[in-house]
Write a protein that binds this ligand. Structure first.
Ligand SMILES: Nc1ncnc2c1ncn2[C@@H]1O[C@H](COP(=O)(O)OP(=O)(O)OP(=O)(O)O)[C@@H](O)[C@H]1O
Length: 227
């Protein structure tokens, strides 16, 4: 297997606090990988390193055979607009923009025309069953509707890798499973790889494979939440 994205020996400290002490992970094209482990084991930090949001202190993060540690902040930021999608627990939609404007935003930032971006946004809102709130602002939407819009916004650029950090953690069990099911289906349809951070075995069960962390390193027992 040739990895699309991989980390080798990645370490990261926050001041004196070690968050990662040497993690290895490979993600293949179109593969859905759950990163699991107890609170504070370094899952989010690993996701931020893989997405190029944080630079690792040691080790390498490689995307399409390129060492992201050698890239400038600006180039990594561009990569997040073109090849990566990012989705957090609380959708983090822009409160001043409507749902449609939020979903169109990544396309506009990537250089699409206004009309085309708007049409694509509408399609993705329909796909996630929230086209009826296209003109609403996040404050007037339910938590589930907001998170569906956030998924649409993360997928609208058809990223090669989607980074999702507890993407359904703020939703009740039923809404969470629905959103997750739709997200996974959309990712499979367009061969988007997903790095899915979760502490929940039901969420990890949607992945092809699980990489378990413990105390900032790969869990030596190899047992994850799905085991
Ligand atoms: N910005 C920060 N400044 C200082 N320490 C941090 C920061 N972010 C995380 N940490 C510390 O780094 C370690 C790993 O945190 P991280 O958020 O990556 O873990 P996690 O597995 O995602 O946790 P959770 O499941 O609770 O979100 C923890 O000890 C945490 O307290």
């Amino acid at each position: 297997m040739t990895a699309l994205l991989s980390a080798a020996g990645v370490a990261k400290h926050y001041g004196r606090t070690p968050a990662l002490t040497g993690v290895d992970i490979d993600v293949a094209e179109g593969e859905i990988v759950a990163v699991t482990g107890p609170s504070g084991c370094g899952k989010s930090t690993l996701l931020h390193c893989l997405a190029g949001i944080l630079r690792a202190d040691a080790g390498t993060v490689t995307y399409r055979d390129q060492d992201l540690g050698l890239w400038s902040e600006k180039s990594r930021s561009r990569l997040r607009r073109t090849d990566f999608g990012v989705l957090f627990q609380f959708g983090q939609l822009v409160p001043e923009l409507t749902a449609a404007e939020n979903v169109a935003l990544p396309l506009l930032l990537a250089g699409s025309g206004r009309r085309e971006a708007r049409a694509d946004a509408q399609q993705w809102l329909e796909r996630f069953g929230v086209d009826h709130v296209a003109e609403a602002r996040p404050g007037a939407m339910s938590g589930g509707q907001q998170q569906r819009c956030a998924v649409a916004r993360a997928m609208v650029t058809q990223p090669r890798v989607l980074f999702a950090d507890e993407p359904t953690g703020a939703l009740d069990a039923l809404a969470g499973e629905q959103v997750l099911g739709e997200l996974v289906r959309a990712a499979r349809d367009q061969d988007t790889a997903v790095v899915l951070v979760t502490h929940d075995a039901r969420v990890a069960a949607y992945a092809d494979r699980e990489v378990a962390l413990r105390d900032g390193a790969n869990d030596p027992s190899g047992l994850g939440v799905g085991s």
